[in-house]
Design a protein around this ligand. Structure first.
Ligand code: DLL
Length: 431
Protein backbone atom coordinates (compact mmCIF):
# COMPACT_ATOMS: atom_id res chain seq x y z
CA UNK A 1 0.00 0.00 0.00
CA UNK A 2 1.42 3.34 -1.04
CA UNK A 3 1.77 5.82 1.79
CA UNK A 4 1.10 8.72 -0.57
CA UNK A 5 -2.38 7.25 -1.29
CA UNK A 6 -3.03 7.00 2.41
CA UNK A 7 -2.64 10.70 3.02
CA UNK A 8 -5.86 12.57 2.44
CA UNK A 9 -5.54 15.60 0.23
CA UNK A 10 -7.60 17.93 2.36
CA UNK A 11 -5.39 20.84 1.43
CA UNK A 12 -2.58 20.89 -1.07
CA UNK A 13 0.08 21.67 1.51
CA UNK A 14 -0.93 19.06 4.12
CA UNK A 15 1.69 16.48 3.16
CA UNK A 16 4.42 19.13 2.96
CA UNK A 17 3.47 20.52 6.38
CA UNK A 18 3.54 17.13 8.01
CA UNK A 19 6.80 16.27 6.40
CA UNK A 20 8.31 19.46 7.77
CA UNK A 21 7.16 18.65 11.29
CA UNK A 22 8.22 15.02 11.03
CA UNK A 23 11.67 16.06 9.83
CA UNK A 24 11.98 18.27 12.92
CA UNK A 25 11.41 15.20 15.09
CA UNK A 26 13.90 13.17 13.04
CA UNK A 27 16.45 15.92 13.58
CA UNK A 28 15.74 15.94 17.29
CA UNK A 29 16.20 12.18 17.74
CA UNK A 30 19.23 11.76 15.46
CA UNK A 31 21.82 12.54 18.16
CA UNK A 32 20.36 9.72 20.33
CA UNK A 33 22.50 6.57 19.76
CA UNK A 34 19.48 4.22 19.58
CA UNK A 35 17.94 6.12 16.67
CA UNK A 36 21.28 7.11 15.11
CA UNK A 37 22.42 3.49 14.72
CA UNK A 38 19.23 2.15 13.23
CA UNK A 39 18.80 5.14 10.91
CA UNK A 40 22.42 5.02 9.72
CA UNK A 41 21.84 1.43 8.61
CA UNK A 42 19.14 2.83 6.30
CA UNK A 43 21.37 5.62 5.04
CA UNK A 44 19.52 8.28 7.01
CA UNK A 45 22.07 10.56 8.67
CA UNK A 46 20.25 13.90 8.48
CA UNK A 47 16.62 15.01 8.50
CA UNK A 48 16.79 16.05 4.81
CA UNK A 49 17.27 12.38 3.89
CA UNK A 50 13.53 12.02 4.56
CA UNK A 51 12.09 13.54 1.44
CA UNK A 52 8.60 12.02 1.46
CA UNK A 53 6.09 10.45 3.80
CA UNK A 54 7.03 7.15 2.20
CA UNK A 55 10.64 7.65 3.37
CA UNK A 56 9.30 8.45 6.83
CA UNK A 57 7.29 5.27 6.87
CA UNK A 58 10.45 3.34 6.10
CA UNK A 59 11.94 4.35 9.46
CA UNK A 60 11.89 1.67 12.16
CA UNK A 61 9.07 1.51 14.67
CA UNK A 62 9.82 2.25 18.32
CA UNK A 63 8.56 -0.26 20.89
CA UNK A 64 8.15 -0.46 24.64
CA UNK A 65 11.07 -2.90 24.53
CA UNK A 66 13.28 -0.14 23.03
CA UNK A 67 12.32 2.09 25.95
CA UNK A 68 13.15 -0.66 28.43
CA UNK A 69 16.52 -1.33 26.80
CA UNK A 70 17.37 2.35 27.16
CA UNK A 71 16.17 2.56 30.77
CA UNK A 72 16.04 5.04 32.38
CA UNK A 73 17.14 8.08 30.36
CA UNK A 74 18.74 6.66 27.20
CA UNK A 75 16.12 8.06 24.80
CA UNK A 76 16.03 11.59 26.21
CA UNK A 77 16.93 14.24 23.66
CA UNK A 78 17.85 16.92 26.20
CA UNK A 79 20.55 16.94 28.89
CA UNK A 80 19.14 16.10 32.34
CA UNK A 81 19.56 19.68 33.53
CA UNK A 82 16.81 20.68 31.07
CA UNK A 83 14.40 18.01 32.28
CA UNK A 84 11.96 19.23 34.93
CA UNK A 85 9.71 16.20 35.43
CA UNK A 86 9.71 12.42 35.08
CA UNK A 87 6.74 10.10 34.69
CA UNK A 88 6.74 6.34 34.25
CA UNK A 89 4.46 3.70 32.82
CA UNK A 90 1.98 1.86 34.96
CA UNK A 91 3.31 -1.59 33.92
CA UNK A 92 3.49 -4.10 36.73
CA UNK A 93 6.24 -6.33 35.35
CA UNK A 94 9.87 -5.55 34.61
CA UNK A 95 11.41 -2.11 34.41
CA UNK A 96 9.01 0.80 33.98
CA UNK A 97 9.28 2.97 30.90
CA UNK A 98 10.45 6.41 31.90
CA UNK A 99 9.62 9.67 30.14
CA UNK A 100 11.07 13.14 30.74
CA UNK A 101 9.63 16.60 30.10
CA UNK A 102 11.29 20.00 29.70
CA UNK A 103 9.42 23.00 31.06
CA UNK A 104 8.32 23.76 27.52
CA UNK A 105 6.93 20.21 27.20
CA UNK A 106 4.95 20.67 30.42
CA UNK A 107 3.60 23.97 29.18
CA UNK A 108 2.64 22.48 25.78
CA UNK A 109 0.92 19.53 27.48
CA UNK A 110 -1.05 21.91 29.72
CA UNK A 111 -2.14 23.95 26.68
CA UNK A 112 -3.24 20.84 24.79
CA UNK A 113 -5.34 19.56 27.71
CA UNK A 114 -6.78 23.04 28.38
CA UNK A 115 -7.81 23.35 24.73
CA UNK A 116 -9.54 19.97 24.84
CA UNK A 117 -11.37 20.72 28.08
CA UNK A 118 -12.49 24.08 26.71
CA UNK A 119 -13.87 22.36 23.63
CA UNK A 120 -16.28 20.30 25.76
CA UNK A 121 -17.41 23.36 27.68
CA UNK A 122 -15.12 23.51 30.71
CA UNK A 123 -14.43 27.13 31.73
CA UNK A 124 -12.60 28.96 34.48
CA UNK A 125 -15.81 28.95 36.49
CA UNK A 126 -15.75 25.16 36.78
CA UNK A 127 -14.67 23.11 39.77
CA UNK A 128 -12.77 20.07 38.50
CA UNK A 129 -12.36 17.08 40.81
CA UNK A 130 -9.36 15.12 39.63
CA UNK A 131 -9.77 11.56 40.84
CA UNK A 132 -7.08 10.13 38.56
CA UNK A 133 -4.05 8.96 40.50
CA UNK A 134 -1.29 11.52 41.11
CA UNK A 135 2.30 10.31 40.94
CA UNK A 136 4.35 8.61 38.26
CA UNK A 137 1.08 7.90 36.42
CA UNK A 138 0.36 10.84 34.10
CA UNK A 139 -3.42 11.02 34.73
CA UNK A 140 -3.56 13.26 37.81
CA UNK A 141 -0.80 15.73 36.95
CA UNK A 142 -1.74 15.84 33.26
CA UNK A 143 -5.31 16.90 33.94
CA UNK A 144 -4.18 19.13 36.80
CA UNK A 145 -1.91 21.33 34.71
CA UNK A 146 -4.49 21.50 31.91
CA UNK A 147 -7.16 22.75 34.32
CA UNK A 148 -4.82 25.32 35.86
CA UNK A 149 -3.92 26.56 32.36
CA UNK A 150 -7.63 27.02 31.75
CA UNK A 151 -8.06 28.81 35.07
CA UNK A 152 -10.58 26.32 36.46
CA UNK A 153 -10.59 25.42 40.17
CA UNK A 154 -8.73 22.17 40.68
CA UNK A 155 -9.60 19.72 43.45
CA UNK A 156 -6.51 17.44 43.39
CA UNK A 157 -8.09 14.64 45.39
CA UNK A 158 -6.48 11.73 43.46
CA UNK A 159 -8.12 8.29 43.36
CA UNK A 160 -9.80 6.41 46.21
CA UNK A 161 -11.56 7.32 49.45
CA UNK A 162 -14.92 7.19 47.76
CA UNK A 163 -17.09 8.52 50.61
CA UNK A 164 -14.87 11.59 50.88
CA UNK A 165 -14.97 12.07 47.10
CA UNK A 166 -18.77 12.28 47.27
CA UNK A 167 -18.82 14.59 50.27
CA UNK A 168 -16.41 17.04 48.66
CA UNK A 169 -18.21 16.77 45.34
CA UNK A 170 -21.28 18.10 47.09
CA UNK A 171 -19.60 20.59 49.43
CA UNK A 172 -17.27 22.12 46.80
CA UNK A 173 -19.92 22.18 44.08
CA UNK A 174 -17.82 20.04 41.71
CA UNK A 175 -18.99 20.50 38.12
CA UNK A 176 -16.42 18.33 36.30
CA UNK A 177 -15.25 14.86 37.31
CA UNK A 178 -12.05 13.41 35.85
CA UNK A 179 -11.25 9.73 36.52
CA UNK A 180 -11.30 6.31 34.90
CA UNK A 181 -14.74 5.24 33.60
CA UNK A 182 -14.75 2.25 35.94
CA UNK A 183 -14.16 4.52 38.93
CA UNK A 184 -16.89 6.90 37.69
CA UNK A 185 -19.27 3.97 37.73
CA UNK A 186 -18.19 3.02 41.23
CA UNK A 187 -18.73 6.62 42.35
CA UNK A 188 -22.21 6.56 40.77
CA UNK A 189 -23.04 3.35 42.59
CA UNK A 190 -21.72 4.70 45.91
CA UNK A 191 -23.69 7.90 45.42
CA UNK A 192 -26.89 5.91 45.10
CA UNK A 193 -26.16 4.28 48.46
CA UNK A 194 -24.97 7.42 50.23
CA UNK A 195 -27.24 9.91 51.94
CA UNK A 196 -26.40 12.42 49.18
CA UNK A 197 -28.99 12.96 46.50
CA UNK A 198 -28.01 13.72 42.91
CA UNK A 199 -29.86 17.05 43.14
CA UNK A 200 -27.37 18.22 45.75
CA UNK A 201 -24.57 17.88 43.17
CA UNK A 202 -23.65 20.28 40.39
CA UNK A 203 -21.86 17.74 38.21
CA UNK A 204 -22.28 18.24 34.48
CA UNK A 205 -19.20 16.93 32.67
CA UNK A 206 -17.05 13.80 32.96
CA UNK A 207 -13.54 13.43 31.49
CA UNK A 208 -12.95 9.71 31.45
CA UNK A 209 -10.15 7.59 30.02
CA UNK A 210 -6.98 5.60 30.74
CA UNK A 211 -8.80 2.30 30.02
CA UNK A 212 -11.12 0.88 27.36
CA UNK A 213 -14.86 1.46 27.83
CA UNK A 214 -17.87 0.88 25.65
CA UNK A 215 -20.76 3.03 24.47
CA UNK A 216 -23.04 1.05 26.82
CA UNK A 217 -20.82 2.00 29.74
CA UNK A 218 -21.03 5.65 28.68
CA UNK A 219 -24.84 5.48 28.68
CA UNK A 220 -24.85 4.02 32.20
CA UNK A 221 -22.47 6.66 33.56
CA UNK A 222 -24.28 9.55 31.86
CA UNK A 223 -27.62 8.39 33.16
CA UNK A 224 -26.56 7.55 36.69
CA UNK A 225 -24.51 10.72 37.25
CA UNK A 226 -26.65 13.01 35.08
CA UNK A 227 -23.67 14.26 33.06
CA UNK A 228 -22.13 14.26 29.58
CA UNK A 229 -19.22 11.81 29.61
CA UNK A 230 -16.27 12.47 27.28
CA UNK A 231 -13.54 10.05 26.30
CA UNK A 232 -9.94 11.22 26.75
CA UNK A 233 -7.04 9.14 25.47
CA UNK A 234 -3.31 9.20 25.95
CA UNK A 235 -0.25 7.30 27.03
CA UNK A 236 2.80 8.32 28.98
CA UNK A 237 5.22 7.44 26.17
CA UNK A 238 3.58 10.01 23.89
CA UNK A 239 2.71 12.63 26.53
CA UNK A 240 -0.04 11.45 28.89
CA UNK A 241 -3.77 12.25 28.83
CA UNK A 242 -4.80 14.53 25.97
CA UNK A 243 -3.16 12.90 22.95
CA UNK A 244 -6.79 12.78 21.78
CA UNK A 245 -10.16 13.70 23.21
CA UNK A 246 -13.77 13.81 22.13
CA UNK A 247 -15.64 17.00 21.28
CA UNK A 248 -19.32 17.66 22.10
CA UNK A 249 -20.34 15.61 19.02
CA UNK A 250 -19.01 12.46 20.77
CA UNK A 251 -18.29 10.93 17.35
CA UNK A 252 -14.64 10.02 17.78
CA UNK A 253 -11.62 11.52 19.49
CA UNK A 254 -9.81 14.45 17.87
CA UNK A 255 -6.11 13.74 17.75
CA UNK A 256 -4.18 16.78 18.82
CA UNK A 257 -2.16 18.35 16.02
CA UNK A 258 1.11 17.85 17.90
CA UNK A 259 0.95 14.12 17.21
CA UNK A 260 1.16 12.33 13.89
CA UNK A 261 -0.84 9.08 13.76
CA UNK A 262 -0.54 5.98 11.58
CA UNK A 263 -2.50 2.71 11.62
CA UNK A 264 -0.62 -0.53 11.07
CA UNK A 265 -1.57 -4.15 10.65
CA UNK A 266 -0.13 -6.96 12.77
CA UNK A 267 3.03 -7.12 10.67
CA UNK A 268 3.60 -3.40 10.99
CA UNK A 269 2.43 -2.49 7.46
CA UNK A 270 0.35 0.66 6.93
CA UNK A 271 -3.42 0.24 6.67
CA UNK A 272 -5.73 2.56 4.75
CA UNK A 273 -7.82 5.13 6.57
CA UNK A 274 -10.97 3.55 7.95
CA UNK A 275 -9.43 0.17 8.70
CA UNK A 276 -8.95 -1.13 12.21
CA UNK A 277 -5.43 -1.74 13.41
CA UNK A 278 -2.76 -0.66 15.86
CA UNK A 279 -2.27 3.08 16.26
CA UNK A 280 1.27 4.41 16.10
CA UNK A 281 2.25 7.96 17.05
CA UNK A 282 5.11 10.33 16.36
CA UNK A 283 5.43 13.40 18.58
CA UNK A 284 5.96 16.59 16.62
CA UNK A 285 7.03 19.19 19.19
CA UNK A 286 8.25 17.37 22.26
CA UNK A 287 11.76 18.26 23.43
CA UNK A 288 12.69 16.04 26.38
CA UNK A 289 11.41 12.74 25.09
CA UNK A 290 10.57 12.97 21.39
CA UNK A 291 9.38 9.64 20.09
CA UNK A 292 9.19 8.42 16.54
CA UNK A 293 6.68 5.85 15.25
CA UNK A 294 5.81 4.50 18.69
CA UNK A 295 3.77 1.29 18.71
CA UNK A 296 0.99 1.83 21.23
CA UNK A 297 -0.55 -1.67 20.96
CA UNK A 298 -3.92 0.09 21.04
CA UNK A 299 -6.49 -1.01 18.48
CA UNK A 300 -8.63 1.60 16.77
CA UNK A 301 -9.64 3.09 13.42
CA UNK A 302 -8.35 6.36 12.05
CA UNK A 303 -10.34 8.93 10.06
CA UNK A 304 -9.50 12.26 8.49
CA UNK A 305 -11.89 15.05 7.64
CA UNK A 306 -14.26 17.63 9.04
CA UNK A 307 -16.19 16.80 12.20
CA UNK A 308 -19.71 18.12 12.77
CA UNK A 309 -18.12 20.41 15.40
CA UNK A 310 -16.29 22.15 12.55
CA UNK A 311 -12.79 20.94 13.34
CA UNK A 312 -10.76 19.48 10.47
CA UNK A 313 -8.13 16.85 11.17
CA UNK A 314 -7.46 13.34 12.36
CA UNK A 315 -9.95 11.53 14.56
CA UNK A 316 -9.71 8.09 16.07
CA UNK A 317 -12.52 5.83 17.16
CA UNK A 318 -12.61 4.85 20.82
CA UNK A 319 -9.83 2.41 21.70
CA UNK A 320 -11.79 -0.78 22.17
CA UNK A 321 -8.85 -2.91 23.26
CA UNK A 322 -5.11 -3.35 23.45
CA UNK A 323 -3.34 -6.00 21.43
CA UNK A 324 -2.12 -7.32 24.80
CA UNK A 325 -5.67 -7.69 26.12
CA UNK A 326 -6.63 -10.11 23.42
CA UNK A 327 -7.36 -13.57 24.79
CA UNK A 328 -7.10 -16.52 22.49
CA UNK A 329 -9.67 -19.07 23.58
CA UNK A 330 -9.71 -22.30 21.58
CA UNK A 331 -8.23 -20.40 18.65
CA UNK A 332 -10.76 -17.55 18.78
CA UNK A 333 -9.72 -13.96 19.53
CA UNK A 334 -11.68 -12.50 22.43
CA UNK A 335 -11.59 -8.93 23.75
CA UNK A 336 -13.09 -7.99 27.13
CA UNK A 337 -14.96 -5.08 25.47
CA UNK A 338 -16.96 -7.56 23.35
CA UNK A 339 -18.17 -9.25 26.52
CA UNK A 340 -18.95 -5.85 28.09
CA UNK A 341 -21.07 -5.00 25.06
CA UNK A 342 -23.05 -8.22 25.39
CA UNK A 343 -23.59 -7.75 29.13
CA UNK A 344 -24.79 -4.17 28.79
CA UNK A 345 -27.16 -4.91 25.97
CA UNK A 346 -28.72 -7.87 27.77
CA UNK A 347 -30.46 -6.05 30.63
CA UNK A 348 -30.59 -7.15 34.25
CA UNK A 349 -26.82 -7.02 34.79
CA UNK A 350 -24.41 -4.50 36.25
CA UNK A 351 -21.41 -3.44 34.15
CA UNK A 352 -19.15 -5.18 36.67
CA UNK A 353 -17.64 -8.35 35.28
CA UNK A 354 -14.56 -10.51 35.30
CA UNK A 355 -13.25 -12.90 32.68
CA UNK A 356 -11.56 -15.93 34.16
CA UNK A 357 -9.59 -18.08 31.73
CA UNK A 358 -8.54 -21.57 32.78
CA UNK A 359 -7.60 -24.86 31.27
CA UNK A 360 -9.88 -27.87 31.49
CA UNK A 361 -7.79 -30.83 30.34
CA UNK A 362 -6.29 -29.55 27.11
CA UNK A 363 -9.08 -27.10 26.40
CA UNK A 364 -9.11 -23.40 27.21
CA UNK A 365 -12.28 -22.32 28.96
CA UNK A 366 -13.64 -18.84 29.56
CA UNK A 367 -15.84 -18.10 32.52
CA UNK A 368 -17.67 -14.78 32.53
CA UNK A 369 -18.56 -13.69 36.04
CA UNK A 370 -21.16 -10.96 35.98
CA UNK A 371 -23.13 -9.19 38.65
CA UNK A 372 -26.87 -9.40 38.59
CA UNK A 373 -28.44 -6.06 39.41
CA UNK A 374 -30.36 -5.58 42.67
CA UNK A 375 -33.82 -5.77 41.15
CA UNK A 376 -33.13 -8.94 39.13
CA UNK A 377 -31.38 -10.54 42.10
CA UNK A 378 -34.67 -10.92 43.94
CA UNK A 379 -36.29 -12.53 40.86
CA UNK A 380 -37.38 -16.15 40.80
CA UNK A 381 -34.62 -18.68 40.09
CA UNK A 382 -36.35 -19.47 36.80
CA UNK A 383 -36.13 -15.80 35.76
CA UNK A 384 -32.42 -15.72 36.54
CA UNK A 385 -31.87 -18.88 34.53
CA UNK A 386 -33.56 -17.29 31.54
CA UNK A 387 -31.35 -14.21 31.83
CA UNK A 388 -28.27 -16.37 32.10
CA UNK A 389 -29.33 -18.34 29.05
CA UNK A 390 -29.92 -15.16 27.05
CA UNK A 391 -26.53 -13.74 27.94
CA UNK A 392 -24.89 -17.05 27.08
CA UNK A 393 -26.52 -16.94 23.67
CA UNK A 394 -25.60 -13.30 23.05
CA UNK A 395 -21.95 -13.87 23.93
CA UNK A 396 -21.86 -16.94 21.73
CA UNK A 397 -23.28 -14.89 18.86
CA UNK A 398 -20.65 -12.17 19.31
CA UNK A 399 -17.61 -14.34 20.04
CA UNK A 400 -18.48 -17.48 18.13
CA UNK A 401 -17.58 -19.68 21.10
CA UNK A 402 -19.48 -21.01 24.04
CA UNK A 403 -18.47 -19.62 27.44
CA UNK A 404 -19.48 -20.42 30.99
CA UNK A 405 -21.62 -17.72 32.64
CA UNK A 406 -21.51 -17.35 36.38
CA UNK A 407 -24.02 -14.93 37.84
CA UNK A 408 -22.73 -13.40 41.04
CA UNK A 409 -24.34 -11.28 43.74
CA UNK A 410 -24.54 -7.52 43.40
CA UNK A 411 -21.32 -5.79 44.61
CA UNK A 412 -19.27 -8.98 44.83
CA UNK A 413 -16.76 -8.12 42.07
CA UNK A 414 -13.97 -5.89 43.37
CA UNK A 415 -14.41 -2.22 42.37
CA UNK A 416 -11.53 -0.26 40.89
CA UNK A 417 -10.30 3.17 41.90
CA UNK A 418 -8.00 3.40 38.86
CA UNK A 419 -7.66 1.14 35.84
CA UNK A 420 -10.05 -1.82 36.18
CA UNK A 421 -8.77 -5.40 36.07
CA UNK A 422 -11.09 -7.37 33.81
CA UNK A 423 -9.18 -10.60 33.19
CA UNK A 424 -7.72 -13.32 35.38
CA UNK A 425 -5.76 -15.75 33.25
CA UNK A 426 -5.02 -18.91 35.21
CA UNK A 427 -3.61 -20.84 32.27
CA UNK A 428 0.09 -20.15 32.78
CA UNK A 429 -0.04 -20.80 36.50
CA UNK A 430 -1.71 -24.13 35.87
CA UNK A 431 1.14 -24.87 33.45
O1 DLL B 1 -3.46 6.02 30.90
C1 DLL B 1 -2.84 8.29 30.32
C2 DLL B 1 -4.21 8.75 30.58
C3 DLL B 1 -4.54 9.23 31.83
C4 DLL B 1 -5.16 8.79 29.57
C5 DLL B 1 -5.81 9.71 32.08
C6 DLL B 1 -6.42 9.27 29.81
C7 DLL B 1 -6.75 9.72 31.05
P1 DLL B 1 -0.63 5.05 30.61
O2 DLL B 1 -0.75 4.67 32.04
O3 DLL B 1 0.71 5.16 29.99
O4 DLL B 1 -1.29 6.46 30.35
O5 DLL B 1 -1.52 4.00 29.82
C8 DLL B 1 -1.72 4.14 28.45
O6 DLL B 1 -3.97 3.21 28.57
O7 DLL B 1 -1.97 2.76 25.65
C9 DLL B 1 -4.32 2.57 26.34
O8 DLL B 1 -4.13 1.16 26.27
C10 DLL B 1 -5.01 2.91 27.65
N1 DLL B 1 -5.88 4.09 27.47
C11 DLL B 1 -5.62 5.37 27.77
N2 DLL B 1 -6.68 6.14 27.49
C12 DLL B 1 -7.64 5.32 26.98
C13 DLL B 1 -8.98 5.51 26.50
C14 DLL B 1 -2.61 6.80 30.56
N3 DLL B 1 -9.58 6.69 26.49
C15 DLL B 1 -2.69 3.10 27.94
N4 DLL B 1 -9.63 4.42 26.01
C16 DLL B 1 -2.98 3.29 26.46
C17 DLL B 1 -9.06 3.19 26.01
C18 DLL B 1 -7.12 4.01 26.96
N5 DLL B 1 -7.81 2.95 26.48
Amino acid sequence: MDIADRVPKVTECTEEQWLKSLRNTVERVLPIPHYQHSYAALGVTKAEDISSLRDFQGLPLTTKEDLRKNYPFGLFAEPLENIVRLHASSGTTGKPTVVGYTSQDISLWAKIVAHELKRVGVTKKDVVQIAYGYGLFTGGMGLHYGCEELGAIVVPISGGNTARQLMLMRDFGTTVLACTPSYALYLAESLEESGISRDELKLKIGVFGAEPWTEGMREQIEERLGIKAYDIYGLSEIMGPGVAMECPAQKGLHIDEHFYPEILDEEGNPLPIGERGEIVFTSLEKEGFPVLRYRTKDLTTLHYGECSCGQVGWTMERVSARVDDMLIIRGVNVFPSQVEEAILSSGGFEPHYLLVVYRDGNLDQLEVQVEVNESSFSDEVRELEIRQQRLHQKIEEILGISVRIRLVEPKSIPRSEGKAIRVIDKRNKEG
